[in-house]
Design a protein around this ligand. Structure first.
Ligand code: F6R
Length: 261
């Protein structure tokens, strides 16, 4: 696990977008795992800027989103379909056929989840999975006590997540309770993982993820088992880490051949 601490979200997002650009130059048909929420918004803006300047071509890129609220249709302003369309997909030259989000209206959820995983496999797996983190340590919507080897499935949100996410809903009581989410086992199959966290409210989850024990009570702690997971933070999210000086030392002394963020 590599931990990188930048002074703020803007700097971190610029660095990550440059990293994705470098990866895209090496592989035109990059497969990206996407997150929603406020954490990746800056990153998506940076990717759009690079596309508009002719620095990135998304023609052959595929995307797979982590999750979707169950029951919301794709026109609903709170659906992750809508979020992705408005914040990234309609602003770049990606083929909409290559953009995948769990179907929130599926009548046969288990069959749909199997198909979702099958589509990821058909694309050769996810090259880079972008993650945010919940205040209780969820990734995707794998809430505490999720199986560490779980696959894409329906989950019930915790009351804390419902409260955290209600800030995006006009009617605070209308946050769906159920979601379809990639599982921890699904996420762990990505070749590379970038987890981003910004702000004080994420510092405890980050402490538990990076320096705590591996436990399903902090689902993101499974990333300790991933061979290529990078945790990208701002100062605030990093503030509780005990070994932050070491992480900065490692970053400042990276071998010149290492392609990183
Ligand atoms: C969203 C997702 C979630 C969020 C997390 C943080 O697709 O999978 O795990 O990344 O809840 O949300 P924000 O970024 O809004 O703090």
């Amino acid at each position: 696990m590599e931990v990188i601490i930048f002074k703020d979200q803007q700097t971190a997002s610029k660095k990550i977008s440059a990293f994705i650009k470098a990866k895209l130059q090496k592989k035109k048909g990059l497969v990206l795992g996407m997150a929603t929420g406020k954490t990746p918004l800056n990153l998506y803006e940076e990717l759009i800027k690079k596309y508009e300047k002719g620095m990135m071509d998304f023609k052959d890129v595929s995307t797979f989103n982590l999750d979707e609220y169950y029951g919301l249709n794709s026109e609903d302003k709170n659906s992750y379909c809508y979020y992705m369309r408005e914040n990234l997909l309609k602003k770049i030259n990606i083929d909409q056929e290559n953009c995948h989000i769990p179907n929130a209206n599926s009548q046969d959820v288990p069959a749909h989840c199997l198909q979702y995983e099958q589509k990821i496999r058909e694309k050769g797996g996810i090259d880079i999975q972008i993650l945010g983190i919940g205040s209780e340590g969820h990734i995707g919507f794998n809430e505490p006590a999720s199986s560490l080897v779980s696959r894409t499935r329906m989950k019930t949100l915790t009351q804390q997540t419902i409260k955290d996410n209600s800030i995006y809903f006009d009617d605070k009581k209308s946050v769906p309770i159920h979601v379809i989410t990639m599982g921890l086992g699904t996420i762990m199959e990505a070749k590379e993982i970038l987890l981003m966290a910004f702000g004080d409210s994420k510092s405890e989850a980050i402490l538990n993820t990076v320096e705590g024990p591996l436990t399903s009570m902090v689902p993101a702690s499974i990333l300790q088992m991933h061979p290529k997971a990078t945790i990208v933070l701002d100062e605030k999210a990093a503030k509780q880490l005990k070994r932050r000086e070491y992480y900065q030392w490692v970053y400042n002394n990276r071998p010149s051949w290492q392609i990183g963020i």
